[in-house]
Design a protein around this ligand. Structure first.
Ligand code: 13P
Length: 247
Protein backbone atom coordinates (compact mmCIF):
# COMPACT_ATOMS: atom_id res chain seq x y z
CA UNK A 1 0.00 0.00 0.00
CA UNK A 2 2.92 2.36 0.48
CA UNK A 3 3.53 2.24 -3.26
CA UNK A 4 -0.09 2.75 -4.32
CA UNK A 5 -2.03 5.95 -4.95
CA UNK A 6 -4.22 6.76 -1.95
CA UNK A 7 -7.75 8.07 -1.70
CA UNK A 8 -8.89 8.71 1.85
CA UNK A 9 -12.48 9.74 2.48
CA UNK A 10 -13.10 12.09 5.39
CA UNK A 11 -16.80 11.90 6.15
CA UNK A 12 -16.48 14.56 8.89
CA UNK A 13 -19.66 14.70 11.07
CA UNK A 14 -21.93 13.11 8.48
CA UNK A 15 -23.69 9.79 7.99
CA UNK A 16 -26.26 7.44 9.41
CA UNK A 17 -26.34 3.66 9.57
CA UNK A 18 -28.61 3.50 6.52
CA UNK A 19 -26.70 6.08 4.45
CA UNK A 20 -23.32 4.55 5.32
CA UNK A 21 -24.53 1.16 4.21
CA UNK A 22 -25.52 2.49 0.79
CA UNK A 23 -22.34 4.49 0.34
CA UNK A 24 -20.03 1.67 1.46
CA UNK A 25 -21.84 -0.85 -0.73
CA UNK A 26 -21.20 1.40 -3.75
CA UNK A 27 -17.54 1.91 -2.84
CA UNK A 28 -17.07 -1.81 -2.28
CA UNK A 29 -18.36 -2.57 -5.77
CA UNK A 30 -15.47 -0.68 -7.36
CA UNK A 31 -13.14 -3.44 -6.08
CA UNK A 32 -10.03 -1.27 -6.13
CA UNK A 33 -6.73 -3.09 -6.44
CA UNK A 34 -4.28 -0.43 -7.64
CA UNK A 35 -5.47 2.26 -5.22
CA UNK A 36 -5.40 2.28 -1.43
CA UNK A 37 -8.83 3.47 -0.32
CA UNK A 38 -9.66 4.40 3.27
CA UNK A 39 -12.85 5.59 4.93
CA UNK A 40 -12.48 7.92 7.92
CA UNK A 41 -15.89 7.64 9.53
CA UNK A 42 -17.23 9.27 12.71
CA UNK A 43 -16.38 7.09 15.76
CA UNK A 44 -19.82 5.49 16.25
CA UNK A 45 -19.74 4.13 12.72
CA UNK A 46 -16.25 2.63 12.82
CA UNK A 47 -17.46 -0.86 13.69
CA UNK A 48 -20.11 -0.74 10.97
CA UNK A 49 -17.54 0.42 8.44
CA UNK A 50 -15.00 -2.21 9.48
CA UNK A 51 -17.65 -4.92 9.32
CA UNK A 52 -18.90 -3.94 5.84
CA UNK A 53 -15.35 -3.58 4.52
CA UNK A 54 -14.12 -6.83 6.04
CA UNK A 55 -12.56 -9.05 3.34
CA UNK A 56 -12.03 -6.10 1.01
CA UNK A 57 -8.87 -4.11 0.36
CA UNK A 58 -10.59 -0.95 1.62
CA UNK A 59 -9.42 0.33 4.98
CA UNK A 60 -11.49 1.82 7.76
CA UNK A 61 -10.23 4.54 10.04
CA UNK A 62 -11.11 7.65 12.01
CA UNK A 63 -10.73 11.41 11.91
CA UNK A 64 -8.95 11.77 15.24
CA UNK A 65 -7.77 9.86 18.31
CA UNK A 66 -7.26 10.76 21.93
CA UNK A 67 -4.12 12.43 23.18
CA UNK A 68 -4.34 10.28 26.33
CA UNK A 69 -2.16 7.22 26.28
CA UNK A 70 -3.93 4.78 28.54
CA UNK A 71 -7.54 3.92 29.31
CA UNK A 72 -9.03 5.88 32.18
CA UNK A 73 -11.18 8.75 33.35
CA UNK A 74 -11.25 10.82 30.15
CA UNK A 75 -14.97 11.26 29.42
CA UNK A 76 -15.80 11.53 25.76
CA UNK A 77 -12.39 10.38 24.55
CA UNK A 78 -11.62 7.51 22.16
CA UNK A 79 -8.15 5.99 22.35
CA UNK A 80 -6.00 4.81 19.47
CA UNK A 81 -6.11 1.33 21.03
CA UNK A 82 -9.92 1.34 20.82
CA UNK A 83 -9.75 2.37 17.17
CA UNK A 84 -7.45 -0.56 16.43
CA UNK A 85 -9.73 -2.85 18.45
CA UNK A 86 -12.66 -1.83 16.23
CA UNK A 87 -10.77 -2.53 13.02
CA UNK A 88 -9.44 0.96 12.30
CA UNK A 89 -6.06 0.96 10.58
CA UNK A 90 -5.46 4.69 10.16
CA UNK A 91 -6.48 8.01 11.64
CA UNK A 92 -6.29 11.61 10.60
CA UNK A 93 -4.36 13.80 13.03
CA UNK A 94 -4.49 17.59 13.19
CA UNK A 95 -7.19 18.29 10.62
CA UNK A 96 -7.56 22.07 10.31
CA UNK A 97 -11.11 21.82 11.68
CA UNK A 98 -9.70 20.27 14.86
CA UNK A 99 -6.90 22.81 15.06
CA UNK A 100 -9.48 25.56 14.64
CA UNK A 101 -12.49 24.41 16.70
CA UNK A 102 -10.58 22.50 19.38
CA UNK A 103 -7.39 24.58 19.54
CA UNK A 104 -5.21 21.54 18.92
CA UNK A 105 -1.56 22.53 19.10
CA UNK A 106 1.69 20.74 18.31
CA UNK A 107 2.05 19.38 21.84
CA UNK A 108 -1.38 17.72 21.71
CA UNK A 109 -0.83 16.47 18.19
CA UNK A 110 2.51 14.91 19.04
CA UNK A 111 0.77 12.86 21.77
CA UNK A 112 -1.90 11.76 19.29
CA UNK A 113 0.72 10.83 16.74
CA UNK A 114 2.65 8.70 19.23
CA UNK A 115 -0.53 7.04 20.48
CA UNK A 116 -1.54 6.10 16.93
CA UNK A 117 1.91 4.69 16.21
CA UNK A 118 1.94 2.72 19.46
CA UNK A 119 -1.43 1.21 18.53
CA UNK A 120 -0.06 0.33 15.07
CA UNK A 121 -2.45 2.74 13.37
CA UNK A 122 -1.18 4.84 10.50
CA UNK A 123 -1.32 8.52 11.43
CA UNK A 124 -2.15 10.85 8.56
CA UNK A 125 -0.89 14.24 9.67
CA UNK A 126 -2.85 17.14 8.16
CA UNK A 127 -1.12 20.45 7.54
CA UNK A 128 -1.97 23.60 5.63
CA UNK A 129 -2.11 27.38 5.68
CA UNK A 130 -5.01 29.82 5.86
CA UNK A 131 -5.67 32.30 3.06
CA UNK A 132 -4.28 35.10 5.15
CA UNK A 133 -1.07 33.16 5.76
CA UNK A 134 -0.71 32.41 2.05
CA UNK A 135 -1.28 36.03 1.11
CA UNK A 136 1.42 37.05 3.56
CA UNK A 137 3.87 34.54 2.07
CA UNK A 138 3.80 32.51 5.26
CA UNK A 139 2.58 29.19 3.84
CA UNK A 140 5.93 27.40 4.03
CA UNK A 141 6.75 28.77 7.49
CA UNK A 142 3.39 27.68 8.86
CA UNK A 143 3.68 24.21 7.37
CA UNK A 144 7.25 23.87 8.55
CA UNK A 145 6.19 24.53 12.14
CA UNK A 146 3.27 22.10 11.81
CA UNK A 147 5.69 19.43 10.62
CA UNK A 148 7.97 19.94 13.61
CA UNK A 149 6.02 17.34 15.56
CA UNK A 150 7.70 14.67 13.46
CA UNK A 151 11.13 15.53 14.85
CA UNK A 152 12.85 12.68 16.62
CA UNK A 153 10.29 10.05 15.65
CA UNK A 154 11.87 6.76 14.78
CA UNK A 155 9.65 5.86 11.82
CA UNK A 156 10.32 4.86 8.26
CA UNK A 157 6.93 5.65 6.78
CA UNK A 158 4.53 8.54 7.18
CA UNK A 159 1.50 9.98 5.42
CA UNK A 160 0.96 13.74 5.30
CA UNK A 161 -2.10 15.49 3.90
CA UNK A 162 -1.62 19.01 2.60
CA UNK A 163 -4.95 20.75 2.96
CA UNK A 164 -4.87 24.50 2.38
CA UNK A 165 -7.61 25.81 4.67
CA UNK A 166 -8.89 28.13 1.94
CA UNK A 167 -9.55 25.17 -0.37
CA UNK A 168 -11.55 23.07 2.11
CA UNK A 169 -15.24 22.93 1.27
CA UNK A 170 -15.01 26.08 -0.86
CA UNK A 171 -15.00 24.62 -4.37
CA UNK A 172 -11.67 26.43 -4.87
CA UNK A 173 -8.90 23.92 -5.51
CA UNK A 174 -5.26 24.87 -5.24
CA UNK A 175 -3.62 24.99 -8.68
CA UNK A 176 -1.41 22.07 -9.61
CA UNK A 177 1.62 24.34 -9.50
CA UNK A 178 0.71 25.52 -5.98
CA UNK A 179 0.23 21.90 -4.92
CA UNK A 180 3.50 20.77 -6.49
CA UNK A 181 5.49 23.57 -4.86
CA UNK A 182 4.16 22.87 -1.38
CA UNK A 183 4.34 19.10 -1.73
CA UNK A 184 7.98 19.32 -2.82
CA UNK A 185 8.65 21.54 0.19
CA UNK A 186 6.90 19.08 2.55
CA UNK A 187 8.71 16.13 1.02
CA UNK A 188 12.12 17.68 1.60
CA UNK A 189 11.27 18.85 5.12
CA UNK A 190 9.98 15.43 6.13
CA UNK A 191 12.87 13.61 4.52
CA UNK A 192 15.33 15.75 6.47
CA UNK A 193 13.67 14.56 9.70
CA UNK A 194 13.36 10.84 8.92
CA UNK A 195 15.73 8.19 7.61
CA UNK A 196 16.89 8.66 4.03
CA UNK A 197 14.87 5.84 2.50
CA UNK A 198 11.68 6.73 4.37
CA UNK A 199 8.47 6.03 2.54
CA UNK A 200 6.44 9.23 2.43
CA UNK A 201 2.90 9.48 1.10
CA UNK A 202 1.75 13.03 0.36
CA UNK A 203 -1.96 13.57 -0.12
CA UNK A 204 -3.68 16.72 -1.29
CA UNK A 205 -7.04 17.74 0.16
CA UNK A 206 -9.35 20.66 -0.58
CA UNK A 207 -12.32 20.53 -2.99
CA UNK A 208 -11.16 17.35 -4.72
CA UNK A 209 -13.87 15.98 -7.02
CA UNK A 210 -14.31 13.35 -9.74
CA UNK A 211 -13.58 16.15 -12.25
CA UNK A 212 -10.19 17.23 -10.93
CA UNK A 213 -8.85 14.12 -9.20
CA UNK A 214 -6.92 12.76 -12.18
CA UNK A 215 -5.14 16.05 -12.82
CA UNK A 216 -4.24 16.38 -9.14
CA UNK A 217 -3.03 12.82 -8.77
CA UNK A 218 -0.79 13.06 -11.80
CA UNK A 219 0.92 16.15 -10.39
CA UNK A 220 4.50 15.63 -9.22
CA UNK A 221 4.92 14.83 -5.52
CA UNK A 222 1.22 13.92 -5.17
CA UNK A 223 0.56 10.37 -3.99
CA UNK A 224 -3.10 10.66 -3.22
CA UNK A 225 -6.09 12.70 -2.15
CA UNK A 226 -7.98 13.36 1.06
CA UNK A 227 -11.57 13.90 0.02
CA UNK A 228 -14.31 15.54 2.09
CA UNK A 229 -17.66 16.54 0.57
CA UNK A 230 -17.32 14.49 -2.62
CA UNK A 231 -16.71 11.32 -0.61
CA UNK A 232 -20.28 11.48 0.68
CA UNK A 233 -21.77 11.12 -2.79
CA UNK A 234 -21.78 7.57 -4.14
CA UNK A 235 -21.47 8.63 -7.80
CA UNK A 236 -18.62 11.05 -7.16
CA UNK A 237 -16.52 8.74 -5.06
CA UNK A 238 -16.99 5.70 -7.25
CA UNK A 239 -16.16 7.74 -10.39
CA UNK A 240 -13.09 8.98 -8.61
CA UNK A 241 -11.90 5.51 -7.65
CA UNK A 242 -12.53 4.13 -11.13
CA UNK A 243 -10.57 6.95 -12.78
CA UNK A 244 -7.62 6.58 -10.39
CA UNK A 245 -7.53 2.83 -10.87
CA UNK A 246 -6.90 3.51 -14.58
CA UNK A 247 -3.88 5.76 -14.00
P1 13P B 1 -13.56 19.02 0.89
O1 13P B 1 -13.15 17.92 -0.04
O2 13P B 1 -15.02 19.04 1.20
O3 13P B 1 -13.04 20.35 0.43
O4 13P B 1 -12.85 18.72 2.30
C1 13P B 1 -11.50 18.46 2.33
C2 13P B 1 -11.16 17.97 3.68
O5 13P B 1 -11.20 18.70 4.64
C3 13P B 1 -10.78 16.56 3.80
O6 13P B 1 -10.19 16.30 5.02
Amino acid sequence: MWQKKWILCNWKMNGSIAKNFQLLSAVKQTQPTATYIGIASPYPYLLQTSEILRDTQIASGTQDCSRFKTAGAYSGEVSAQMIADCGGTFTLIGHSERRNYFSENNETLRCKLENALNASIIPVLCVGETLNERENNQAENVISSQLEILKGLNISQIAIAYEPVWAIGTGVTASTSQIETIHKFIYNEVLSMLCKDANIRLLYGGSVSAKNVQEILTTQYVDGALVGGASLKADEITDMIVSIEKL
